[in-house]
Design a protein around this ligand. Structure first.
Ligand SMILES: N[C@@H](CCC(=O)N[C@@H](CS)C(=O)NCC(=O)O)C(=O)O
Length: 283
């Protein structure tokens, strides 16, 4: 028996086996390829379906907004209220239509049972969005930012974002509450009408000096750069009241005076001005 060389029977079987194996492998690979192709087609179809659903959704949102069907938003506001003014700017910037619900603060409508059901402290603004009720301008602005992300009110940069919160809070905690209707009425009645204006000017001056210094390193065209953000929504109404209503001398605050000028050129800010509200007196 030869130890090596051609062994007809066993070698033929080996060739047969190897051919069978190759044929099976080719069949397996082509089967896999076919399955992968089907899967790729399925994924492609799903993606196409998904983007057409997205397009339909976007279109119907746009149509609803154009036709005014999204008018479930209601803003309880008073024309001269600086806190309501902030929210009106945000709604305009985000392109949201809303129903204006006037609350006459001079007639005390903010203390009516219907209104205090919406905001127990009896202040405007209050936003009603379908079943959701949000009171307090800061809470409303953050709510709007979360629900309607178009035209972001906060920058991505964390330092800038913090400066926006800080500037907004200087206005909302350290200036506006000291000059709100109830406080001014109290000073007028318990101290004197002359003292009222002095009081307002001291507190606006203190807050403005801090803002002038704080924003010096961040301001561009607007408070924290070349885009309008949260800080601008608080500054514009406060500047408007300080200059137009309380006649604060702005020569000490050149940066703030420049911002006031810049805000007077933005349509969304102009539309939110007190005199452009439905409850503003006609003369
Ligand atoms: N922190 C609240 C303050 C709201 C507030 O003071 N609103 C004023 C108008 S700007 C108001 O309703 N005043 C009625 C009153 O003092 O009786 C906010 O930002 O909304």
């Amino acid at each position: 028996m030869p130890k090596s060389g051609f062994h007809p029977l066993s070698d033929e079987k080996a060739i047969d086996d190897s051919m069978t194996f190759s044929i099976q492998s080719v069949a397996f690979v082509s089967n896999m390829a076919a399955r992968l192709r089907t899967r790729a087609n399925d994924i492609h179809e799903l993606n196409t379906e998904n983007s057409s659903i997205q397009r339909m959704l976007h279109k119907s949102q746009q149509e609803a907004s154009e036709s005014g069907d999204d008018q479930q938003l209601k803003l309880y506001s008073y024309w001269r209220s600086s806190c309501s003014f902030r929210v009106r700017i945000a709604l305009n910037l985000k392109g949201l239509k809303y129903e204006y619900k006037a609350v006459n603060l001079l007639k005390g409508e903010q203390f009516s049972p219907e209104f205090t059901k919406l905001n127990p402290i009896g202040y405007v603004p209050v936003l009603v969005d379908g079943d959701i009720v949000v009171a307090d301008s800061f809470a409303i602005l953050i709510y709007l930012e979360d629900k309607y992300p178009q035209h972001p009110l906060l920058p991505q940069d964390l330092q800038k974002k913090a400066i926006n919160y800080q500037a907004a809070n200087i206005v909302s905690s350290s200036i506006q509450p000291l000059q709100n209707l109830a406080i001014l009425k109290y000073i007028e009645e318990k101290v004197s009408p002359e003292e009222k204006l002095e009081w307002v000017k001291v507190h606006i001056g203190k807050g403005f000096a801090a803002l002038e210094e704080l924003l010096n390193n961040y301001a561009g065209r607007y408070a924290t750069g070349d885009e309008v953000f949260l800080a601008d929504l608080f500054l514009a109404p406060q500047l408007y009241a300080a200059i137009g209503r309380f006649h604060v001398d702005m020569t000490q605050f050149p940066l703030l005076a420049r911002l006031h000028e810049a805000y007077s050129k933005i349509p969304e800010f102009l539309d939110a001005l007190p005199e452009n509200q439905p409850d503003a007196p006609s003369s």
